[in-house]
Design a protein around this ligand. Sequence first.
Ligand code: NAP
Length: 284
Amino acid sequence: MIVIFGATGTIGAPLITTLLTKGIALRAVTSDASHVAALEAQGCEAVVADFEDAGALAQACKGAQKAFLVTPAHQEMGRWKANVIQAAADAGVQHMVMSTGLGASPKAKLTFGIWHSDSQELLKESGMDWTLLQPTYFTQNLLWQANNIANENTYLDDVGGPVSWVDARDIADMAAEALTSEGHHGKAYGLTGEEALSGEDITALLTQTLERDITCRGVSPADARANMIASGMIAEVADAMVELGGLAPKGYLAGIETTVQDVLGRPARRMADFIAENKATFGG
Ligand SMILES: NC(=O)c1ccc[n+]([C@@H]2O[C@H](COP(=O)([O-])OP(=O)(O)OC[C@H]3O[C@@H](n4cnc5c(N)ncnc54)[C@H](OP(=O)(O)O)[C@@H]3O)[C@@H](O)[C@H]2O)c1
């Protein structure tokens, strides 16, 4: 039995699909009881447990040999991950695959890197076998811009430099591989796509696929922060996002990792294909 935390999220949802396709017995964890029926209809067990609820987390881990853990970007995510790691270790889970972020290490100086590093160190000390997935910006973040792309023909570039976007389905495929095959214990996998794309590059791909002119508009860090907060993001997380985005103009978010090809034996998914798959969402 594998227990999946964050099961309905950007990484969790494709991970559930992939593992069910492989015929693996799963327990999906959600904090929202209204998600249970849909998860069960997919063919897995589904339980309700909030990251704050130690008793429910203990129940969720009961009888599981392996676990996958991701939490939303949240200022409490360190404490939430600590609660799950504790529950899993206490329940006798043997191997946990945890998704954090690229650059997370004890030497990290940025907020996200420090938050994720603290969780990574906790997992390493937990007694469980561990595998870390460390992704860069998700390709799926482009969906946050569906409205301005579809209705205003504008791509808002809030980082101002190239980023080696990774598709969350590749993160999910890496998680599935680490959970179902040998040789991944004690590994930390940096995950990126195979190309670094600037705002102008993404705008060109949108223009080509949607067959109409899309304009790239730069957004200042202050406006980016205000937009994120207006869309419901917590201020501390928006600050961390802006801090991270500040690395892009220096080229520090453009590094390419070959992990997807090396481990899965196929190329990482491409932004161009993601845009084509989601053409209707972008008003195409
Ligand atoms: N987006 C990026 O570009 C990026 C880049 C690098 C790293 N990251 C990291 O990736 C992580 C986010 O991954 P993601 O997008 O897959 O996550 P997500 O979709 O934001 O969240 C995963 C799931 O967590 C569940 N959840 C929310 N609150 C909960 C609670 N209190 N208790 C239990 N479950 C709860 C939600 O499901 P229910 O509603 O069903 O409970 C949600 O679907 C963050 O740690 C972020 O820092 C993101």
